[in-house]
Design a binder for this molecule. Structure first.
Ligand code: PGA
Length: 253
């Protein structure tokens, strides 16, 4: 199986100077991150400067979002080609904040995944249920629908080149993480659905990350689960010590 993956989603935080400072500190500390793949997703405005710092280091760079067209009259949008141009090799797609605040749909997610595949960018596809959906017993049907529409039309080879991030909306930024048992149940469902219904390879496997209030206090418990292949970290990734502690719990689960 591939290495655990820990991604820091900086969201709309950090001006260029503190972003570079944090990236530099991470690069300095990453020599300790044996066997863990670490990626950061800074805001667009600091991507170029941060890319100059992470260049040649094991720290990967991700976009948080992009438009599925390559170029054109789309005021205010950023093309994936532009993210690639400044050194991104990953991108988040379909984060719940994009879905709930900016109207992103599963169909839009699908277009973006195809575009990313064409450019050799590794998509980190976010799925997850709201609290209402969980309380109504609709967690798995919600995720099934996000996956079936979002992942439509991928070739067998493309199916080996993506990462899923399970992020229950009620756990994001709330300080209330899903329990390891809740996460494992959903990850098992996702894995089975990908293999049995969407034709993903059982041998190659797909990495499924958990995101939602991951912090140094709960990361060890979550990441020691075999079903949890890494973490997508928001708030705690903005603090060097917290993020490094989370990375460390992926090293020695
Ligand atoms: P959080 O965010 O760790 O602050 O809950 C996770 C995410 O939105 O990716």
């Amino acid at each position: 199986m591939t290495n655990p993956l820990v991604i820091g989603n900086w969201k709309m935080n950090l001006l260029t100077a503190p972003a570079c400072e944090l990236a530099q500190s991470l690069v300095d500390r990453l020599s300790d991150a044996r066997g863990v793949e670490v990626v950061i997703a800074p805001p667009f405005t600091s991507l170029y400067s941060v890319s100059q710092i992470v260049k040649g280091s094991p720290l990967g760079l991700a976009g948080q979002n992009f438009h599925y067209k390559s170029a054109g009259a789309y005021t205010g949008e950023v093309a994936l080609e532009m993210l690639k141009d400044v050194g991104c090799n990953f991108s988040l797609i379909g984060h719940s904040e994009r879905r709930s605040l900016f109207g992103e749909t599963d169909e839009g997610v699908n277009k973006k995944i195809h575009h990313a595949m064409g450019l050799g960018i590794l998509p980190i596809v976010c799925v997850g249920e709201t609290l209402e959906q969980r309380n109504a017993g609709e967690t798995l049907t919600t995720i099934e629908s996000q996956l079936s529409i979002g992942l439509t039309g991928l070739s067998p080879e493309e199916k080996t080149r993506l990462v899923i991030a399970y992020e229950p909306v009620w756990a994001i930024g709330t300080g209330v993480n899903a329990t390891p048992e809740q996460v494992v149940d959903v990850h098992k469902f996702i894995r089975k659905y990908l293999i049995e219904s969407l034709g993903f390879s059982e041998e190659i496997g797909v990495r499924i990350l958990y995101g939602g209030s991951v912090n140094p206090e709960n990361s060890k418990q979550l990441l020691k689960e075999k079903e949890i292949d890494g973490a997508l970290v928001g708030g705690a990734s903005l603090n060097l010590e917290s993020f490094c502690a989370i990375i460390n719990s992926a090293i020695e689960p």
